[in-house]
Design a protein around this ligand. Structure first.
Ligand SMILES: [Zn+2]
Length: 279
């Protein structure tokens, strides 16, 4: 159990042992989860910790987007009202027909059985359910509408941020892989929209920014991340103009310094998508 208290009413898990970062916002009479982690077996401990710590129940769970490392843990919070942007629901529906089909999932995760037996175990009893409530642009939550979830796109077509106005804090999902190269290989990923979304977030000067991966950050790290993504975009556009291949791009070390960490994990698939996007 690695969920920890970050602010007065905000708890987060950022240690990457249960998929993507996830967290909770404690409201007057209930708890709102933001993303669920990846292994419901582990997320269950987060639930028990939160409910015993606050004496409240988790009644709602909002997804920042449709990637497995942010949504597969959801069943640990049942019964719960699942909320997402309309586009995230559509992306989940699409995945349920293809890569989230039981036989395909089992086949895929059997390959990591040895490296991550805990994940393999969780997949055996995984049950995936679609969001109950969706929103197009934004939705307000809490008795005083103190929480806003807003669709911004970028990382995926349905990517949303969750703002806690009272504490000037924002969950930005996978728009930020703090200190790391991001996964930008989703078929619905739009790099320009991604950078634009981060610029909008930056203009609001939030005090606390909770990324989808990596440690909690502030305005400085956010602005550095925007610059790094802009540099990556500039280098890719230049490579396309001058006919440089992805391979040469990597050989010539065109990856911005701030994004070097984690490149081996998501670099190639992201570059492939971004090169195609700007072609
Ligand atoms: Zn993601």
């Amino acid at each position: 159990m690695t969920l920890r208290k970050l602010l007065d009413t905000i708890y987060v898990d950022t240690d990457a042992t249960n998929g993507g970062n996830h967290g909770a916002i404690v409201l007057d009479d209930e708890i709102l989860m933001v993303d669920s982690g990846m292994m419901h077996t582990k997320s269950l401990a987060s639930r028990q910790f939160l409910e015993s710590e606050t004496g409240l129940s988790i009644k709602k769970l909002i997804f920042t987007h449709s990637h497995s490392d942010h949504v597969f843990g959801a069943q640990a919070f049942e019964p719960v009202l699942l909320i997402s942007s309309e586009s995230t629901r559509k992306n989940c529906e699409g995945r349920l027909k293809h890569e989230w089909k039981r036989n395909i999932l089992l086949e895929r995760y059997s390959q990591i059985k040895g490296d991550n037996p805990e994940l393999w175990d969780a997949v055996q009893t995984l049950s995936i359910r679609l969001p109950d409530i969706t929103f197009d642009d934004e939705i307000s939550l809490g008795n005083n509408k103190q929480i806003t979830a807003k669709t911004v796109g970028g990382h995926t077509s349905g990517s949303a941020i969750v703002i806690c106005h009272e504490l000037s804090a924002v969950f930005v999902g996978d728009l930020i892989f703090s200190g790391q190269f991001p996964y930008g290989g989703d078929p619905t990923c739009k790099p320009d929209q991604w950078i634009h979304a981060l610029q909008e977030i930056s203009s609001k000067q939030y005090e606390t920014i909770i990324p989808g991966h990596g440690p909690v950050c502030g305005q400085k790290e956010l602005d550095e991340y925007i610059e790094a993504l802009k540099e990556l975009r500039f280098n890719i556009k230049y490579a396309l103009e001058t006919g440089i291949s992805i391979e040469t791009f990597i050989d010539q070390n065109k990856i911005p310094k701030a994004l070097k960490m984690g490149f081996e994990r998501f670099g190639e698939v992201t570059l492939k998508h971004w090169f195609e996007y700007y072609t």
